[in-house]
Structures are given as structure tokens and as C-alpha cells.
Design a protein around this ligand. Structure first.
Ligand code: EPU
Length: 337
């Protein structure tokens, strides 16, 4: 039998204990295609697992679960001041970012230390500290799960949005992402728009700004407020920051003058969900082994013995209380399995 019953505890950053009834890993494309064909023959639906850093396991997985272990990174074409690079989907995102810095390339430094794999990154267009991967994304190669055929998606095909892409919406669950390509800068072009970056670089005593210095600052900022999944189970931001109309915003500010917000365009603003959740009194909350991180209310945590159902219930209670207080409905960013 190709597929084995496997505990997923070490395969999800929440550290939740659920079983995958039919699990297999692949480290080359042929193997991946064979596993897809075997699943298709038995008419079993398939799911792909990367780093397990954006899923909440609330039950055992009945699908065939294929862990993407494709590895490899390479420098491809040089296009003027830009360098095309490629990474296999199973590579750890952070290792890939460090590798690009080792190559003297710039662009991904603001995305340092994000958990998960290269293949998962485009699915939700990962972003942090003023940069999203769509800013440097070139293309990806994926296998269609139902046909086994290979497809290339260019940037314009991916329908990237805030924590969104075609792979999370319209065509969710249809592809195995195998390889992702990025166009990076060979000459300095930094994004230091996020306030704390400059301050942290100064604190670190750095004289000249560089991609490496920004990466170090980002790592320090993340470590200061986000829990390390190796220590406390979590999946980063559990909710998206909601976007509301400018009129709604102006009315809410009358009631809550301290409410922070970021302009999206002339008609809408984004409000930090962490602030809304904190205002509802959830920050640092803990019950049944699960809770809300004490330094960042947007992050739900498993203290070790928690259950996925309890994290889910907590997220539902948070959504209800934010809706009651602010009339804003939070949307989960993490995929519920
Ligand atoms: N805030 C609070 N209380 C909290 C948390 C935040 O009042 O408990 C306030 C902060 O004071 C600040 C604002 O909310 O005014 C924004 O906070 P922060 O800069 O920490 O960022 P965020 O909006 O909470 C987003 C991303 C993070 C990303 C950071 C930095 C989403 C859903 N989250 O968080 O991404 O690292 O910005 O760019 O957009 C992730 O997606 O998993 C993730 C960690």
C-alpha cells in the first residue's frame, strides 16, 4: 500500500494531534504523478501538505494527503538588473530567503522568518512589513491533480490579492505547486516603509542599510512579538485584517477615537484585527490549553494539550464578540481542515 496512516502532530505548526488516514510524501515529480494516479484510480480526493503552517486540524484527514518534499534552488536567467531564481515547492521559505541573500539578491528580505514552504507562499500571497510575494513573483509550475498535466502560471494568471490567489479561491485544491520563480533585484531597492524597521536597524548599530540588515531587523521584530511555533503551537495571524468602507471607518472612529487604520484606496481602509480583538478583551486569554497570544492578539495558540476543535471554537467566539462590539465580521486566514 502506497499510503500509510500517519499522525500529523509533527506536520502542523499548531502541534495538533490528528491522523491522516492515507499519507505519502514525494520528493520528485514522477513520484508525485504516480501517487496522484494511484489516488485517482481509487477515486480518492487528494490534499497537498507543505509546512503545515497555515492549517487548523479540527478532525482526522480522510483525503489522500501528499506531503510535498520537492527540493532545490537555482539561479536562472539574468535580465539586466534583475535575476530570475527558482525554488522547489518543498524548500523552507526562510531558508530560501537566506539563500537569495547569500546570492547578493534583494527583494525578499522583508519576508524573512515566515514559517512554511516555498510552494505554499503564493497560495495566500504571503506578506509582511510592506512586501507581498506578488511584488517579486515571476511564475510557478504546477501539476493539475485531476489530469496529472503540468501547467505554468504567470503572475497575471495568479489573481493575487491580500492573502489571496487563484489557488486559494477559484481553483483551490486543484494543483500541486512544484516550483516557484522570482525576479529579484541585483542592485539595492529596499522597502523600509514599516515604521519599526529603521528603528531596529539603528538599535542594532548598523551604519549602512542592506538587504541583510533589513532581514536581521525583521527577524528581531518577528521574534519580539510572534510566538515561535517550535515553542508554542500557532499558525501566525489567524484572521485577516478586515477592509471596511471609508464611511464605516469614519463612523467607527467617532465611537473609538484610538482605532488604528491603513488606507487601502479612496473608498476603503484596513483595520488591524489584532487591535479589534484586543479591545474585546481577548489578548492573553487562555482556556482548555488554547488561547490568544499575549503579545499579538491576532495569533491563536495551542499551549500543548489543546484540541483543534477548541481553537476553532475560540475563533468563533472571537468573531462573535468583534461583530457585537464593532459590527465587523472577521474572516479566518488559516485554512480549516
Ligand atoms: N495591534 C494591537 N493589538 C494587538 C496586535 C496588534 O493593538 O494585539 C495593533 C498594533 O499596535 C498596530 C496594528 O495593530 O497598530 C498592526 O499590528 P502589526 O504591525 O503587528 O501587524 P498586523 O496587522 O497585526 C500583519 C500581518 C502579519 C505581518 C504584520 C507585519 C495580517 C493578517 N497579518 O499583522 O502577517 O507579519 O502585519 O507586516 O495581515 C501572518 O499573516 O501570519 C502574519 C503574521
Amino acid at each position: 500500500m502506497m499510503f500509510k496512516s500517519t499522525s500529523l502532530q509533527q506536520y502542523n505548526t499548531f502541534g495538533l494531534n490528528a491522523m491522516a488516514k492515507k499519507f505519502a510524501a514525494f520528493n520528485n515529480i514522477e513520484e508525485c504523478k504516480l501517487l496522484l494516479a494511484a489516488a485517482a484510480q481509487q477515486q480518492m480526493p487528494v490534499r497537498i501538505l507543505g509546512g503545515g503552517s497555515n492549517i487548523l486540524l479540527t478532525q482526522d484527514v480522510e483525503h489522500v494527503l501528499l506531503k510535498n518534499d520537492l527540493l532545490g534552488m537555482a539561479l536562472l536567467d539574468r535580465l539586466g538588473d534583475l535575476q530570475l531564481v527558482s525554488a522547489a515547492a518543498g524548500e523552507s521559505w526562510h531558508s530560501f530567503v537566506l539563500w537569495t541573500l547569500d546570492q547578493g539578491l534583494q527583494g525578499l528580505e522583508n519576508l524573512s522568518l515566515i514559517p512554511g514552504t516555498v510552494g505554499a507562499a503564493p497560495i495566500q500571497n504571503i506578506g509582511a512589513y510592506g512586501v507581498e510575494i506578488k511584488d517579486y513573483f515571476h511564475s510557478l509550475v504546477a501539476i493539475d491533480i485531476s489530469s496529472g498535466h503540468q501547467h505554468t502560471f504567470l503572475k497575471q494568471d495568479c489573481e493575487f490579492g491580500y492573502r489571496e490567489s487563484i489557488f486559494k479561491k477559484k481553483r483551490a485544491g486543484e494543483f500541486v505547486i512544484c516550483e516557484v520563480r522570482f525576479l529579484l533585484n541585483t542592485i539595492p531597492k529596499y522597502n523600509t516603509s514599516y515604521g519599526a524597521i529603521g528603528e531596529v536597524i539603528a538599535q542594532q548599530g548598523v551604519q549602512d542599510i542592506s538587504a541583510r540588515a533589513i532581514s536581521k531587523a525583521i527577524i528581531a521584530i518577528r521574534q519580539s512579538k510572534l510566538p515561535d511555533p517550535a515553542v508554542i503551537g500557532n499558525a501566525g495571524s489567524f484572521f485577516k485584517n478586515p477592509e471596511i468602507s471609508t464611511e464605516r471607518h469614519d463612523a467607527l472612529v467617532q465611537l473609538h477615537p484610538q482605532m488604528p487604520s491603513y488606507k487601502v484606496n479612496d473608498n476603503s481602509v484596513k483595520v488591524p484585527a489584532g487591535w479589534l480583538i484586543e479591545q474585546c478583551g481577548w489578548k492573553g486569554y487562555s482556556a482548555n490549553g488554547v488561547g490568544v497570544h499575549k503579545l499579538q492578539a491576532l495569533v491563536l495558540v495551542n499551549y500543548g494539550q489543546g484540541k483543534g476543535q477548541d481553537v476553532y471554537k475560540l475563533s468563533a467566539d472571537i468573531i462573535a464578540s468583534v461583530q457585537e462590539k464593532f459590527d465587523i465580521v472577521l474572516e479566518r486566514e488559516v485554512n480549516i481542515w
